[in-house]
Design a protein around this ligand. Structure first.
Ligand SMILES: [Zn+2]
Length: 134
């Protein structure tokens, strides 16, 4: 089990040991009620929004505070260096684009590998979970 498939309690987010665990050891919640959470499930939702939105949003969240932080003094004093501010914003956005795109690609690759693994596992006949009527 890796970071992508590690399941957590949906209430307190503490790591769960395995699928047989019915109650959270930390908050004592019934897992059939509160549910389980994993990065795998989270990424299924994130990837629906698309790569472009993911990359743009993260680049902006990286670049905007960086630019404001680095130019706080000039913004505060009212003597804004617009060229410097623009250059900082551009560098921040480019760095954010590249880092976010690489992150997207890396997570997506692991996600698809895990998805393939799960599909292969579900298509194979599995005799360990066959219920017997005896
Ligand atoms: Zn819990």
């Amino acid at each position: 089990m890796n970071w992508l498939t590690q399941e957590r309690c949906n209430r307190c987010y503490i790591k769960l040991k395995d699928a047989s665990q019915t109650h959270c050891l930390n908050c004592k919640a019934d897992l059939s009620v509160v549910g389980r959470w994993s990065e795998f499930q989270e990424w299924q939702e994130t990837r629906k929004k698309g790569c472009v939105r993911y990359v743009l949003w993260r680049a902006l969240v990286f670049a905007a505070p960086l630019t404001i932080g680095l130019h706080a003094r000039s913004i505060w004093s009212g003597s804004i260096d617009w060229i410097g501010l623009g250059v900082t914003l551009l560098i921040g956005l480019l760095t954010g684009f590249v880092a976010s795109f690489l992150m997207w690609r890396g997570i997506e690759k692991e996600f698809l590998t895990e998805l393939d693994r799960r599909e292969a596992a579900s298509s194979q006949p599995d005799h360990t979970f066959v219920e017997s009527n005896s």
